[in-house]
Design a protein around this ligand. Structure first.
Ligand code: NAD
Length: 388
């Protein structure tokens, strides 16, 4: 059986490694530079875990920049392309997913299509009607930032919209390729699977926002946030995890998925979902105000990444904070080794950590690191537990 994967970002690449342990897998990405790089090397974000993984397993994986080669004779085609949030339509832009689906139908009419990209609730039903083809399934992906392969090897659950012979086969493939023989498979309607993905991320965003708001309260009242969080989280119903304050939730998925869910509510009464979206904005404003109260003339920023170990800074909360600081006339210098010094930003970028040392007033960090231990006196962070 041949399986093809379209889109080799965080989701597509980790699925390619996972599935090619046991199945002939062809993987395609429109970005030919990326394809060439992938043929030579593993991306740094996946390096540690993947190096170990690749040393232990033999993969049947062909990375290609020829989509027809990739799709031809495939039994399953997995789609993992971007679905960015469009602020004009207030919806995910699903154009790329739709284009890929139409392409698959042209090349391999009988292939079953598995959508791994996050899509609006109702998308699968709509596309099935539009293209007149039944075997299109949504299977949500639940990956943590910088833990993509690990989360595919040890899935918390495998969810697939609609129960047919084909969807059962695919769910079993995911389970068979994982290291969890007892991985739970849940079948549901496509709309329910789409909703499950968005509600899962909305819950995570709500949890982050809750502890962030607790932290804002503590900061204003000069209370020990750490003690309160420990006290609250010791209740097993609440749990002592995923409770570390930050400048706000961010990353590629939580901001856009919460916005999309809110849009899917349409006229359905709600307070929590709209509140989660608002709470994140409020938190970033609160953090900005806390920084401004310190009256710095220059602010040094330690990293733009959301989490330690991450290789990207998509939708990082700290970027919004920086934008607000600049609007307030503050000069900002960012230490971020992942950014090319050739790109122009409204702030100065440095690759030298020593440059932060020279900053007289204030350094801010969404996540602490041993690298800035010596700068602690000037540091403003809400990374209370020093973990991601
Ligand atoms: N990153 C996550 O942790 C995560 C988790 C769950 C779901 N998702 C969802 O999965 C989807 C992909 O996310 P990602 O983080 O892997 O994105 P990504 O941006 O890292 O990767 C997407 C890849 O698709 C490629 N691509 C774009 N257009 C293409 C086309 N027409 N044909 C082939 N390839 C194309 C891009 O070059 C890129 O390599 C999104 O819908 C996202 O919301 C992401």
């Amino acid at each position: 059986m041949k399986i093809s994967i379209i889109g080799l970002g965080y989701v597509g690449l980790s699925l390619s490694y996972l599935i090619s342990q046991k199945y002939t897998t062809y993987a395609y990405d429109i970005d030919s530079d990326k394809v060439e790089k992938l043929k030579k090397d593993i991306p740094s974000s996946l390096n540690n875990e993947v190096n170990q993984f690749l040393n232990q397993r033999k993969l049947d994986l062909k990375i290609s920049n020829n989509i027809v080669d990739c799709l031809k004779n495939s039994t399953f085609v997995v789609i993992a392309v971007p679905t960015n949030y469009d602020t004009i339509t207030n919806n995910f832009n699903t154009d790329i997913v739709e284009k890929v689906i139409k392409n698959v139908i042209k090349v391999e009419q009988n292939a079953s299509i598995i959508i791994k990209s996050t899509i609006p609730i109702g998308f699968t039903e709509k596309i099935i009607n539009d293209v007149g083809k039944n075997n299109i399934y949504f299977s949500p992906e639940f990956l943590r930032e910088s833990k993509a392969l690990q989360d595919n090897l040890y899935p918390s659950r495998i969810i697939i919209g609609d129960r047919t012979e084909k969807s059962e086969t695919f769910a079993e493939i995911l389970k068979e390729c994982s290291n969890s023989r007892n991985a739970k498979i849940i079948y549901m309607k496509s709309k329910e699977a789409e909703a499950t993905k968005l509600f899962s991320n909305a819950f995570l965003a709500m949890r982050v926002s809750f502890f962030n708001e607790l932290d804002s309260f503590s900061e204003v009242n000069n209370l020990n946030s750490k003690k309160i969080i420990e006290g609250v989280s010791s209740d097993p119903r609440i749990g002592n995890y995923y409770n570390n304050p930050s400048f706000g939730y961010g990353g590629y998925c939580l901001p856009k998925d919460t916005q999309q869910l809110l849009n899917n509510y349409n006229n359905i009464p709600n307070n929590i979902i709209s509140g989660v979206v608002r709470a994140n904005k409020t938190r970033k404003e609160f953090i900005t105000q806390s920084i401004l109260k310190k009256k710095p003339s220059i602010v040094g920023v330690y990293r733009l990444i959301m989490k330690s170990g991450s290789d990207n800074f998509r939708e990082s909360a700290i970027i919004d904070v920086i934008d607000e600081l600049i609007k307030n006339g503050i000069e900002v210098i960012v230490y971020e080794p992942l950014i090319s010094l050739k790109i122009k930003f409204p702030y100065k970028i440095t690759h030298k950590i020593e440059d932060l040392k020279k900053i007289p007033d204030l350094i801010i960090a969404n996540r602490f690191s041993e690298e800035i231990k010596h700068l602690q006196e000037k540091l403003y962070t809400r990374d209370i537990f020093q973990e991601n």
